[in-house]
Design a protein around this ligand. Structure first.
Ligand code: LLP
Length: 423
């Protein structure tokens, strides 16, 4: 098996001195010396470029879904590049605002927003409040009745479309906890109610059919349903949510943000849709911008069965293989162009057999203990879904750009592990 495919690496990855992987002019082996492992390395210009593509495609309706990867530096970057920020909790809103994102640039989501999350959204005047159900209509109406300003609102609808993705991340079907169902009339009832009440400044409908969706046609199908549903109300905006898939392993291909937008726009034109399109990409902005670097600590060969390669991270920094059975590639940053003939399973250091990072990986034959091993396309839902399981300390995150490495999230310390404990 040949070297890791180029298109799975960050845009500014290149073959550096001695065959090392260099990202934006930074030798990854040097980064490990400076920052340790496990380490998330993001190509900053790649992130910025993806944000610019989203803004070019959707203008003021381009929203970064911060759940994919959020820290102060990322929120500021997406904001600087002109994206609004989708927040799913008060915590995400807090981080975004702490980075200087004004409340009016936030799009607030959640199928069960708490009282304080709603109060905050209303008091601060967030950009759009995405209302998810009848209980929330009641709650917002009450809170506005107490003297708060009427929020600019999207109503989230479930269009009844199969996104052809993993069950856990499919959200557009009728049997979903999210949104007002179109098929049974709930969505129409919700729109009527929002239009009649002075508590809502209804701007449009929102749908999100799922995540890691490869077929642009699935989005077009959803748009057809949602646009058909919304047309009689003449609302000015329509959000298609996020969900654009990315390639994780050799042989996968996904539409670019521009291609996704073009498909949506063609579909909108053919439907005669007047409303301005909004979209909320998360994964497509950040996933392939990053690689995770680990150190190999143990190699266990079971002759005739398998070779296990154990690294110093695992399901606490990337739970996706365990949760969704997601596939990843692996390679050695010290020999980026080398063939990878050796079949291995890359595992973490957690105390369970399910702690797998790469089920069927390939590495160069001279892999040895002490090597730095990388997994590409780990920029989305790795750091953000990470945990302290087994009291692991969350990894550091660096942004690299023009030969400079900037620490944007410091590695957790032992003290962090007991910071909230009382005795
Ligand atoms: N908008 C809404 C309302 C969403 O619920 C999501 C993702 C997005 C936008 C962004 O979707 P993206 O473009 O990133 O696919 N943890 C899973 C993905 C869960 C996505 C949840 N919602 C994973 O690792 O695959």
């Amino acid at each position: 098996m040949s070297a890791v495919p180029r298109d799975l690496l960050p845009d500014h990855a290149s073959l550096g001195e001695g065959g090392h992987l260099t990202i934006a002019g930074c030798d990854t082996i040097d980064l490990v010396r400076e920052f340790g492992t496990p380490l998330f390395v993001y190509d900053e210009e790649h992130l910025r470029e993806r944000c610019r593509q989203a803004v070019a495609a959707f203008g003021d309706g381009a929203v970064y879904a911060s759940k994919a990867f959020l820290c102060l530096a990322m929120a500021r970057l997406a904001h600087e590049e002109g994206m609004r920020i989708d927040v799913a909790t008060g915590g995400e809103a807090f981080v975004a605002m702490s980075a200087g994102v004004p409340p009016e640039r936030l799009v607030v989501h959640g199928n069960n927003k708490s009282e304080w999350e709603l109060e905050q959204a209303l008091d601060l005047g967030v950009g759009r409040l995405v209302i998810d159900g009848f209980d929330e209509l009641d709650r917002v109406e009450r809170l506005v009745g107490e003297g708060r300003p009427a929020p600019a609102v999207f109503l989230r609808v479930a269009p009844g479309v199969d996104a052809h993705t993993h069950e856990y991340v499919a959200t557009g079907q009728d049997d979903s906890k999210f949104g007002f169902t179109v098929a049974n009339g709930d969505a129409a009832r919700a729109v009527d109610r929002a239009l009649q009440s002075p508590a809502f400044d209804l701007r449009g409908v929102h749908s999100h059919i799922g995540s890691q969706v490869f077929r642009a046609e699935s989005f077009a199908e959803a748009l057809e349903v949602v646009a058909g549903f919304a047309a009689p109300f003449g609302l000015p905006e329509l959000s298609v949510g996020g969900g654009l898939g990315v390639a994780y392993v050799e042989g996968e291909t996904a539409p670019t943000i521009g291609e996704w937008a073009a498909t949506l726009r063609r579909s909108a034109d053919s439907l005669g849709l007047d409303a301005r399109l909004w979209a909320e990409p998360g994964r497509a902005i950040v996933a392939s911008a990053a690689v995770t670097l680990y150190t190999v600590g143990a190699i266990k060969v079971i002759p005739g069965t398998r070779t296990y390669v154990a690294v110093d991270g695992g399901m606490s920094d990337n739970p996706r293989p365990v949760i969704y059975g997601s596939g990843y590639e692996t390679f050695l940053p010290r020999s980026i162009a080398a063939d990878r003939p050796l079949a291995v399973r890359v595992v973490g250091k957690h105390c369970e057999s399910g702690d797998v990072l790469v089920r069927d990986g390939r590495v160069p034959a001279d892999l040895a203990v002490g090597d730095v091993l990388a997994t590409p396309v780990t920029g989305a839902y790795g750091h953000s879904m990470g945990s302290n399981y087994n009291k692991m300390m969350r990894p550091a995150v660096v942004f690299v750009r023009n030969g400079d490495a900037r620490l944007v999230v410091r590695r957790e310390s032992l003290d962090d592990l007991v910071r909230n404990d009382l005795i």
